[in-house]
Write a protein that binds this ligand. Structure first.
Ligand code: ATP
Length: 201
């Protein structure tokens, strides 16, 4: 994915002011920034949900986006969500989704209605739906919000595995824990990306 000179403003409020980013295959990249720095706005622009006021975003291949706001239907079960997305992604089966559910530890909820799930479990489903078509470029907005410690660790193991398999993974968060797991760390500050502190290989 290649991002060049991306700007975005909401009316008078300039949020992105010249973002440049090259996300290579097989990299796990983190973007941190304070609340309101524009991280979600940037991911919305990268995913195509928002059109930048200036600049370009180019990417090849399958693409996955996990938004910060969980977009689920409370009336449907977990299984019904998988079936719906299987059709949308034109998948032959949901085996890979089931594997992700196993890793994130919520297979026991497959027949539950989403409306009764805890916040953390809803987020696990949110992540699973963004991943289940095995995207080459994966954009995750605050993906581990609400995760317990073990799930949090498993999430990072999964992200590392995807990176090792040649996927590009971009994780956005206001917290920069576990930066040693990242190949690249960027800080969104006054509308531009600046190099974060060096990350050991
Ligand atoms: N739809 C909108 N209309 C107007 N202003 C907006 C809109 N969405 C976001 N903003 C403003 O743009 C700025 C950046 O918001 P954004 O949600 O991208 O930040 P963030 O870095 O993701 O924050 P957080 O860490 O709190 O999630 C904020 O000042 C916010 O109030």
């Amino acid at each position: 994915m290649e991002v060049k000179d991306v700007h975005h403003a909401y009316r008078q409020r300039a949020v992105l002011q010249g973002v440049d980013l090259r996300l290579r295959a097989g990299t796990l990249c983190g973007i941190v920034g304070e609340n309101g720095a524009g991280k979600s706005t940037l991911l919305k622009v990268l995913s195509g949900e928002l059109r930048p006021t200036r600049g370009t975003v180019r990417h090849n291949g399958r693409f996955g986006y996990c938004p910060q706001q969980v977009v689920l239907n409370d009336a449907l079960t977990v299984r019904q969500h998988l079936t719906y997305f299987k059709t949308a992604y034109r998948l032959a089966d949901v085996r890979y989704a089931e594997e992700i559910m196993e890793i994130l530890g919520f297979t026991g909820y497959v027949d539950e209605r989403v409306g009764v799930l805890s916040g953390g479990t809803r987020q696990k489903l949110n992540v699973t739906l963004a991943l289940m078509h095995d995207p080459q470029v994966l954009l995750l907005d605050e993906p581990y919000q609400g995760f317990d410690w073990e799930t949090y660790q498993r999430f990072w193991d999964l992200a590392g595995r995807l990176r090792d398999g040649g996927r590009s993974v971009l994780v956005v968060s206001h917290l920069a824990y576990d930066t040693e797991r990242l190949d690249e760390l960027w800080r969104l500050d006054t509308g531009v990306l600046r190099q974060g502190e060096a990350v050991a290989a």
